[in-house]
Design a protein around this ligand. Sequence first.
Ligand SMILES: Nc1ncnc2c1ncn2[C@@H]1O[C@H](COP(=O)(O)OP(=O)(O)O)[C@@H](O)[C@H]1O
Ligand SMILES: [Mg+2]
Length: 571
Amino acid sequence: MKRANILIFDDDIFFQRKLGGTLTEKGFNVFTAGTFEEAREIFNNNYIDIVLLDLVLKEGNGLDYLPEFLKNATSVVVLTGHASMDSAISALKMGAADYLRKPVSEDTLLSTIEFILEKKKEGKEKEDVKAIKAKLERLELLDLISRAINSTNEINTLLKMALNLTSGFIGAEAVSLFLKDENTEELVCYLASGTKGDILEGKRMKKGAGIAGWVAENGKPLLVNDVSKEIRFNPEFDRMTGFKTRSVLAVPLRAMNRTIGVLEVINKKDNDKFTMDDQQLLYSLANHLAIAVENAKMTEELKRTNEMLEERVRERTKKLEDAITKLTETQNQLIHTEKMASLGIMAAGIAHEINNPMSFIQSNLTIIKDYLKDIKIEDREIKEEILTAIDESLEGAQRIASIIKGLKGFARADEGRLEEFDINQLIEEVLRMIWNEVRYKAEVIKELGDVPKILANRNQIAQVLVNLILNAAQAISTKGRIIIRTYLNGGRLCIEVEDTGCGIPPENLKRIFDPFFTTKPVGKGTGLGLSITLGIIQNHGGEIKVESEVGKGTKFTVFLPLSTERVRIGE
Ligand SMILES: Nc1ncnc2c1ncn2[C@@H]1O[C@H](COP(=O)(O)OP(=O)(O)O)[C@@H](O)[C@H]1O
Ligand SMILES: [Mg+2]
């Protein structure tokens, strides 16, 4: 065991030697001093376990020097000579460990010294145990917090948990956590405990402002036990909450070499002071927290990225589905067009085949009729009947001829020729042509826009107009309105024919463009009008749309490019 160091401060040389001799013999390291200067010199240069201090010195009262020796866990035993017990009691009150009366017996001296040394050892051990216990508790807290941190990815829960543990352990009245806004570099109060702490949540502090700002800027902890003397302290938050800050311990939250925020504990409980131990604890805690915050942020970012990706996949899938639907539609249309084309070829063939015999049937019937007028037949009744039969046949032939004409149009047997013309003028012409079929049925309203001339097949477009306007008139049972509009839209010419007629039931809408589809009585409708119309418009690179409501009316809209030069007409 290390031998104890004992300083004897007595200006009585004889006494010095006597006492010194006894103690040296017992194995102590003995220093002696006769003046205060000597004593101080020795005291400052050696670790002294016990000072034996004479109270009556030539230089003055030993009590005056007592405080000086009571530093560094040194124990002081005062020696009293002739003086009264009063000084001894004063010495004990001031912190002396014991007193000895001169002359000092050897036994008393040794037992006193040993007793003091023993007590000192015990005390020191107790201190050590206390320190180790405190360290253990701190380790336990860190472990607890880091486990809590790892058990949740939800940043808010995590921080609240950590803050509660922290303030409880350090013994602070309040805790605040600030996170740095990466764009503005301001500190944003993320969580604050303590009176009215919730007022502060979300509040911002300018870059560098306040104690937290300083800590964030410098990346170093700051311990302030009296904010009234601290110029970096910003009283603004206290003003908001009415809280009175006395002391602050603030540490930076650092992750990946960046300061991402600041953790602050405020007002050590019981008016105590924050210590370096507290600072160390808070600092290691902040390290754990910072990593956890970063992890949580990354998890959230990942989640967001994931959601974004999913959203994109959804969008793409939708686009693909749309594309597939469109493809299917196009395919159906192609099949339809193909069918129409072959039907067209067939119809053209039939029309051609029928056309010749039909014309001589017609002309022969006319000739027969003429001859019959001049021939005398006995039975006038029979003659009348024959004439009626011929008339009926002529009418039938006429009907066949007009169907053939329609078929030829459907088959686009007419050669197409492009010319520039004014659509509004064409509409007027067509209306004059079919005025007799329209006038009794409908009031015609023209809303013709100021549109440029188009380059198209004039005859074919006229046929489109005839078909649409006649259909409109035929859809009106007694009296209605037909509105014809022309205007430009998206660089295309639009022609609208709207009526207040019977409308088209939804189940028919898909079929009205099919050849021979008609809802009209035999002799009135051939079902070729819209089919021919569609063919013409498509050949012009245009489109036709229909909107209809049963009982209210129908609107056909034709879209035509202004110039159809690139489109081959009549093929
Ligand atoms: N404006 C309209 N209002 C109501 N129904 C219409 C209209 N236009 C066309 N339709 C319907 O479409 C069918 C086909 O028309 P279309 O091809 O012109 O042949 P058609 O007029 O000879 O019947 C018509 O029979 C009718 O049922
Ligand atoms: Mg028609």
